[in-house]
Design a protein around this ligand. Structure first.
Ligand SMILES: CC(C)(COP(=O)(O)OP(=O)(O)OC[C@H]1O[C@@H](n2cnc3c(N)ncnc32)[C@H](O)[C@@H]1OP(=O)(O)O)[C@@H](O)C(=O)NCCC(=O)NCCS
Length: 260
């Protein structure tokens, strides 16, 4: 029987949303979800440019689409890979995971791990718990496929407010109720995830100073760290070399599945 998953939920606003795998609705793969305010420079990661559009085809059973009235309003992309002898939580986070996943798929290696690389919710639907529903659906579909865990190199959504705070310190900051300070890490932990470490070099964007100026509107005229709106850490500018490099750290979260 073909693999098929389907979830239906009512949001606090009363709107009904449907979640399915891309296997079930391939025509909605790669739908454009307007999340609002995504920094322009973030669209220039080369590993993502090469692989992101292929994820929904290569890993359709762990890629999800959420719709309201038939229109796409959220999605979640998760690749599948075999940990084997590889580090469980590689420093290269997002980029390393996607490269390993496509390498395994090319060589026909059976995956044992799902790795969530993106969850997006359309701006009109944010703040209603849809991301948590997508995450729960990702866990469910990964477990149903027989995968052992769902890992995620998480981009903490409020880290950009304090780019000079070390990521280890930020990731381990806890509220009085014992949950992470960061809202997106909090959603993962509430959903059953456990913070397991950081990926200091998860997502790299390198370009000429002219490119960085066009992406950010900033002068990039002095060597050294440059704080860019939306960036989790400063961008390193090298005027003599005519280049600037952003090395984004992410936070590893592991979701284990109940064996009951
Ligand atoms: C991050 C994102 C997926 C969260 O989706 P969501 O459906 O709004 O999330 P939830 O409603 O489950 O809320 C999750 C937490 O974020 C908080 N939150 C949601 N929207 C927020 C906003 N606009 N401002 C501040 N906090 C917000 C919620 O309060 C909640 O935390 P709390 O309940 O502990 O207070 C969504 O905002 C998004 O798509 N952002 C752009 C893309 C992105 O950053 N994706 C994640 C990295 S891949």
């Amino acid at each position: 029987m073909p693999f098929s998953r389907h979830w239906s939920h009512q949001l606090p606003s009363g709107r009904t949303i449907e979640i399915t795998t891309v296997t079930d609705r391939p025509e909605l793969a790669n739908a454009d979800i307007d999340v609002g305010g995504w920094p322009a420079f973030m669209r220039h990661n080369r590993v993502s440019e090469a692989y992101f559009p292929q994820m929904v085809t290569a890993f359709a059973s762990t890629c999800l689409i959420a719709t309201a009235d038939g229109k796409p309003i959220g999605d979640a992309h998760s690749v599948q890979l075999a940990r084997g002898d590889r580090p469980e939580f590689p420093s290269g986070g997002w980029e390393q995971s996607v490269v390993w996943a496509f390498s395994d798929a090319r060589h026909g290696i059976r995956p044992d791990t799902a790795c969530a690389l993106n969850i997006s919710v359309a701006r009109d639907f944010q703040g209603e718990g849809l991301a948590a529903l997508l995450l729960a659906a990702l866990r469910d579909t990964s477990a149903a496929l027989g995968l052992a865990v769902l890992d995620a190199p998480v981009r903490p959504t409020h880290k950009h407010h304090e780019p000079t705070t070390p990521i280890q310190e930020y990731a381990s900051r806890i509220r009085p109720d014992g949950l992470p300070f960061d809202p997106w890490l909090r959603t993962h932990v509430r959903g059953g995830g456990r913070i397991t470490g950081v990926a200091p070099a998860s997502w790299v964007i390198a370009g000429s100073l002219a490119e960085w100026r066009s992406w950010t509107g900033l002068p990039f005229d002095c060597s050294g760290p440059v704080e860019v709106p939306g960036a989790l850490v400063p961008v390193e500018c090298d005027v003599v070399g005519d280049r600037a490099v952003y090395v984004e750290p992410n936070v590893w979260v592991r979701h284990e599945f109940s064996t009951d």
